[in-house]
Write a protein that binds this ligand. Sequence first.
Ligand SMILES: Cc1cc2nc3c(=O)[nH]c(=O)nc-3n(C[C@H](O)[C@H](O)[C@H](O)COP(=O)(O)O)c2cc1C
Length: 220
Amino acid sequence: MDAIDCIKSRMSIRAFKPEPVPQELLKEIIEAAKWSPSYKNTQPWEVMVVSGAKKAALSTMMVELLEGGEEPAPDLTAPVSWPPAQETRIAHLFKRRCEETGINLADPKVARTSKIVNFKFYKAPHAVYLFQDNSLSQWSLFDLGLFAQSLMLAAHANGLGTVPQAFATDYARQIKAFLSIPGSKRLVLGLSLGFPDMDSPANKFRTDRVPTEELVSWVE
Ligand SMILES: Cc1cc2nc3c(=O)[nH]c(=O)nc-3n(C[C@H](O)[C@H](O)[C@H](O)COP(=O)(O)O)c2cc1C
């Protein structure tokens, strides 16, 4: 697969085969992702792969927190509102997803079920957490985003699937305590990772993108 094909064919995977990914392969994709660029080569990324019984217990804890009425408190504040362009794109995504998969994320009950599915990492065999020191600047968050995309592309190039999940950081304090991640770190992103189950209807839905003319200006 060439780089362009890899970028264009990656998609969020929301159904996985149960088989775990060999640790050698997990290591290989992390080793590829670490070649991402970063501000002054600071490499402000730390990665934790959570599997097996620990992952199951983590999911249980998050579901229990939700069911106990605990308010989400991610280290990166969830957006409360969006500018009109993004608002329109979210509405478009929700509408298409509802029409094509029957999942209506605008319905609070469905959104809650979706959270639980998120907390169970879509039954993927691995949860991956990306974090960094909380004193780092916004540029380091940007760098971690680059790392995340590299990780997802390296996974995809190796026949693996991922979905990045802000929701997986909802209970940042409790998750960090559970995973022995120091409180001085910010938990930026969780990802589900495993072999994709491409027969699942969950993986039939493909998002679209705005036309290129809407995002680029050519200046001479
Ligand atoms: C920072 C970030 C947070 C996301 N959080 C979630 C999430 O919590 N749950 C989820 O199912 N998808 C999540 N997504 C996946 C997006 O919905 C998805 O990337 C977007 O709809 C585009 O679809 P694609 O990844 O299939 O191209 C997140 C994506 C990003 C980049």
